[in-house]
Ligand binder design. Structure first.
Ligand code: PMV
Length: 336
């Protein structure tokens, strides 16, 4: 999404009042869903992720010209987090972001600023809230420093911040949010962008069960270490489904894509990252007109993503509402 400056003015007293014009920086970033390959992607298998452009994080950076010494203020009212650098935990994203910029660009002192972060992306729901904040903060600080960075660089810097949230992220979240395009992703490789053969519509249903990605990724790692053979087989099978899904997307094959999504859900069940509520939502969607459905993201809560024909959305929404699943989002992918 484009960055816009909000103009504001500051009166500075030198010998007489001087009007200094400083632009505040406003950055919007989007949400995302993993369509195929979560968890397996951490182990080198391909995954597919899509943008959710109507879920947004908004980062506003206001230069603080009054500060006598370098001062950085963070305000995220959605999560009740507020304070200057000294008040924030030492592993806070802002602390890390400043360190990453200083080290990456050999900057001694970053000019003072106030950062305000708000988001419509639900937290701990597998829809990219942490990665969208990482990308937003990187873009805002880069602009503040007058750095015109290509999206590849924004993505690499955001990945460093993502490592704060869980030690071993595949990088898919920050990549889809940086590029804002559907992509086929293999860890440590450049993303391959997908051109859907025809539009695909998706419904996301929030189970409202909070789930921390880092915890679930860690659980899978421990289970894999304990019994590597079945887990390697699961990862491999998910990778094979993902490769087929890529074909289905580029060919515009809705039926095939839906079937592959439900198959991917069954493999995630075997991996132990589903929950009865997520299984119920998948079944409800598939019994009521969806072409396929699966949990998306780390699992153990969060959202289900269902592939739907546009004309079945109203009746499916009604069925979901009646069953108590009231928090839903919609997104589509199509040829640009
Ligand atoms: O952030 P989430 O919950 O959408 O999960 C990210 C996907 C995982 O494959 C589980 C982890 C990763 O780093 O790729």
């Amino acid at each position: 999404m484009g960055n816009r400056g909000i103009d504001y003015f500051l009166l500075v007293y030198v010998h007489q009042p001087v009007l200094i014009h400083m632009p505040a920086i406003l950055v919007h970033t989007i949400g995302k869903s993993i369509l195929f390959g979560e968890h397996a992607v951490v182990y080198g298998q391909p995954a597919i992720a899509i943008p959710i452009t109507n879920l947004r994080t908004r980062v506003t950076l206001t230069p603080d010209l009054k500060a006598q010494t370098p001062t950085y203020h963070y305000d995220a009212p959605d999560i009740g987090m507020q304070g200057t650098l000294d008040d924030l935990p030492h592993d806070h994203i802002l602390v890390e972001a400043l360190r990453v910029f200083r080290e990456s660009f050999s900057i001694k002192s970053i000019p003072s600023f106030k950062l305000h972060v708000s988001s419509s992306i639900p937290v701990a729901a597998g829809l990219g809230s942490s990665a969208s904040i990482s990308v937003g903060i990187v873009r805002a600080i880069a602009q503040h420093l007058g750095l015109k960075l290509p999206v590849e660089r924004i993505n690499t810097l955001a990945y460093q911040l993502e490592k704060l949230h869980h030690g071993n992220p595949s990088g898919i979240d920050n990549t889809v949010i940086s590029y804002e395009k559907p992509l086929y992703y293999i860890r440590d490789q450049a993303p391959q962008f997908l051109e859907p053969g025809e539009p695909f519509h998706f419904l996301l249903i929030n189970s409202a069960i909070h789930s921390l990605t880092s915890r679930v990724v860690d659980e899978v790692r421990r289970a894999w270490e304990a019994t590597p053979i079945p887990f390697n087989a699961l990862f491999h099978d998910i990778g094979a489904l993902t490769a087929q899904a890529r074909q289905a997307i580029t060919k515009g094959n809705q039926v095939m894509l839906g079937q592959l999504m439900t198959e991917n859900h069954h493999l995630l069940q075997k991996m132990g990252v589903s929950l009865p509520s997520l299984d119920d939502i998948v079944t409800l969607c598939n019994d009521n007109g969806a072409l396929g459905a699966k949990l998306c993201g780390a699992g153990k809560g969060g959202n289900v993503i269902a592939l739907v024909k546009a004309d079945t959305i109203p009746s499916l929404l009604q069925t979901l509402q009646s069953a108590g699943w009231t928090e839903t989002y919609q997104t589509s992918i199509s040829k640009k």
